[in-house]
Design a protein around this ligand. Structure first.
Ligand code: NAD
Length: 412
């Protein structure tokens, strides 16, 4: 582990203090934790693994991933290694526009058009009012950009919903947008004669999409037959929500791990991803895979990614700060581009394993150590018990307990 930390330190130019934060197993000071949330009584450490081999938009990137599940980091690194041969991942984030929703009730249906026109007419004034909330954001080129007026049918009748579009620059943006929405509410009530209820960001960040793509040469995958099998495996996710849920879960293995390592809000990212996957009226895959004219495999991912490099816990959590430095990203958009690429790599790794040898062999070999620990093994015995289970192709707690007892008996 020391060697790994040293390599990361050299690659990312970490200071001694930053390297110490990364490699410590208690890097969140109690008083920082106590200020982050309420009723703090402890913390929940997760391992951070460094995914290697990634080239993203021509740049070598080391990717810190915070995750409790074995084999995710290895799978991402393997997928990235194969992608290096064709130049790696190409990713593009749209401008960081978030949507805030202002819900207005009590407008008569026949007056809807007239009230919408009144809001439209006051747009300039409303945007100025929103921007007055956040001079910092406006000062760095962000701020409220536009208003969109929607009429939404709900089980409780038709409602006016005003979308406030805000360029949140390098923030995730929820606090910034919520503050603006709350500020506009009284003016909107005065203009429409309706009553404002909700004033809150939408996690379905369709104006902040990120796309990443990759190509795998057929000879690197073991021939065109493997390409066909991977495409067939993807097709099931495209057509069947039962498969799409698992397919997207695999994608989120990679995405969440980076989102968590960087102190970002993974519930927001999860909500956005799954809502986006359902936007066509039917839950489907976040990625697409196809065979190109040369018989090679090509894939792409598109999803909303509301992540920041400022705000939230990104700057307060010392480990998040170090992880952002390791990633070397200068903007929230660049971070989103890395995250989307990792999601695509993770999906490729899962599809490839599933479409060929199945995931259990690789996964269970890595999982064997956890099973050995759960059975009570410690120290050297963890590896020994795990290795025996792998050899016997029986990775189960009862088997681990039996092997452990046997080993202990022999040692006596
Ligand atoms: P924030 O309010 O902590 O930081 C954003 C602010 O930082 C901006 O408003 C701006 O004033 C300032 N800033 C300085 N430099 C900036 C730069 N380069 N780019 C952008 N802003 C800059 O954080 P936030 O991103 O507005 O909100 C994120 C937090 O909101 C997260 O902790 C999230 O969990 C939480 N949250 C989420 C939801 C949701 O997703 N539904 C709802 C409520 C709160």
């Amino acid at each position: 582990m020391e060697e790994r930390v040293e390599k990361v330190r050299e690659f990312a130019g970490l200071t001694d203090e930053e390297a110490a934060i990364l490699s410590s197993f208690s890097s969140l000071p109690m008083d920082t934790a106590d200020r982050m949330i309420e009723n703090v009584a402890g913390c929940m450490p997760l391992p951070i693994g460094i995914a290697v081999n990634f080239i993203i938009n021509g740049r070598d990137v080391l990717v810190p991933m915070a995750i409790e599940e074995p084999s995710v980091v290895a799978a991402a690194s393997n997928a990235a290694k194969l992608a290096r041969r064709t130049g790696g991942f190409v990713a593009k984030a749209e401008p960081p526009i978030m949507i805030g929703q202002i819900q207005v009730i009590g407008i008569k249906e026949e007056e809807f058009g007239e009230k919408a026109a009144a809001v439209e007419a006051a747009k300039k004034e409303l945007l100025a009012e929103a921007n007055a909330c956040d001079p910092v954001l406006v000062g760095i080129g962000g701020g409220a950009r536009d208003l969109e007026i929607r009429e939404v049918r709900t089980p409780g009748g038709r409602m006016m919903v005003i979308h406030l579009l805000v360029d949140v620059r390098d923030a995730m943006g929820a606090n910034a947008v919520n503050t603006m929405c709350e500020r506009l509410a009284p003016k909107i009530e005065a203009i429409t004669g309706g009553r404002v209820v909700l004033r809150i960001i939408s996690n379905l960040a369709t104006k902040r999409l990120v796309t990443a793509s990759v190509r795998y040469a057929k000879e690197d995958l073991g021939g065109e037959e493997v390409v066909d099998r991977i495409v067939a495996a993807y097709m099931l996710a495209a057509g069947d929500p039962y498969r799409a849920a698992t397919h997207n879960k695999g994608i989120m293995n990679g995405i969440d791990a980076v989102v968590i390592a960087t102190g970002n809000d993974w519930r927001a990212v999860e909500a956005g991803a799954h809502a986006y996957a359902s936007l066509g009226g039917r839950y489907t895959s976040l990625t697409r895979w196809w065979k190109n004219d040369d018989g090679d495999l090509e894939g792409s991912i598109q999803l909303p990614l509301a992540v920041g490099i400022v705000g939230g816990a990104t700057k307060t959590h010392p480990v998040a700060r170090v992880c952002l430095k390791i990633l070397g990203v200068k903007t929230a958009g660049e971070l989103a581009e890395v995250i989307a690429s990792v999601g695509l790599a993770q999906n490729f790794a899962a599809l490839r394993a599933l479409a060929t040898e199945g995931i259990q062999r690789g996964h269970m070999e890595l999982h064997a150590r956890n099973v050995a620990i759960a059975a009570g093994a410690s120290g050297e015995l963890v590896e020994k018990v795990a290795a025996r289970m792998v050899k016997e192709r029986a990775i189960r707690i009862d088997v681990a307990k039996k092997i452990l007892e046997e080993m202990k008996r022999h040692a006596e």
